[in-house]
Design a protein around this ligand. Structure first.
Ligand code: OOG
Ligand code: MG
Length: 259
């Protein structure tokens, strides 16, 4: 696809995210946009953030759970980039001002001890992990009404907005395959799930991410954070909400929301 068009679409998604404005789906005006070009738009939008001084600190998987695929009407896992500007400290406060229509989802995150590239097995992927965390991802699609195609959401960095991780603990012999996950949003919405919802096992999500990056001759780097994907559908938030997530066997994670 024409590099000028990629740059122009990257500017559109980046500006929408930077200013909290909604965007019409890119595929509406550019029906020829395919998934490969969408990842090029995503990378070009991250390059703009880096040019403004943000630092790449990790990657996220998305649409790894059936609940999320069903909620969003799409059927393949996707990945996005995380920068330091997206980090919200555990116990911190998220300001709604400047965002579009954020939602929260309960996740598991990994910090990598070593690089991870190629097409690892889930066991090989776990061998690269330094610590595991419970996490909350705040997603904020820049598209009107949170409606998009797979191609559009990839171009929009898979709706990445902010994320919060708990203190990390070493994996040890812990099996992440079927941990209870609970999320409370403002005492009004309570979601329950299992880590099994994340591509059957969060380690499979990590391995799949490495393989998807390998298709572009890229990989994960020691020190990076990886969000493995949501275990339940995402929930809208409002000013005044406290949001907390408990994953069985992992430290808790929470934050609050202000106007
Ligand atoms: C896309 C991002 C999905 C997840 O964990 O499934 C995602 C969206 O739903 O806007 O981050
Ligand atoms: Mg997510």
């Amino acid at each position: 696809m024409n590099p000028d068009l990629i740059a122009q679409l990257a500017e559109q998604v980046d500006e929408a995210a930077r200013t909290g404005q909604t965007l019409t789906m890119l595929t509406a005006g550019h029906p020829a946009l395919d998934i490969d070009a969408a990842y090029s738009v995503q990378r070009a939008s991250i390059a703009r953030r880096v040019a403004r001084g943000e630092r790449l600190v990790g990657m996220k998987m998305g649409l790894t759970s059936f609940a999320k695929m069903e909620q969003m009407g799409v059927h393949d896992p996707i990945y996005g980039h995380l920068t330091d500007a997206m980090i919200l400290p555990n116990g911190g406060q998220l300001q709604l001002k400047g965002l579009v229509h954020p939602r929260v989802e309960p996740e598991i995150a990994f910090t990598l001890a070593s690089d991870l590239c190629g097409q690892p097995t889930p066991e090989q992927a776990l061998a690269a992990v330094a610590s595991v965390h419970s996490a909350i991802e705040i997603i904020d699609s820049r598209y009107t009404n949170f409606k998009f195609t797979l191609i559009d959401v990839v171009a929009d960095n898979t709706s990445a907005c902010r994320y919060v991780v708990s203190e990390g603990i070493p994996l040890g012999g812990m099996d992440l395959g079927n941990l209870k996950i609970e999320m409370d949003v403002g005492g009004r919405e309570h979601r329950k799930g299992s880590s099994q919802a994340i591509l059957d096992h969060p380690a499979k999500s990590l391995a799949r991410l490495a393989a998807m990056l390998d298709a572009r001759q890229e990989g994960l780097v020691a020190g990076q954070t990886v969000l493995a994907g949501a275990a339940t559908a995402a929930v809208h938030v409002a000013a005044g909400d406290q949001v907390s997530v408990q994953v069985e066997g992992l430290p808790d994670v929470h934050f609050s929301i202000s106007a």
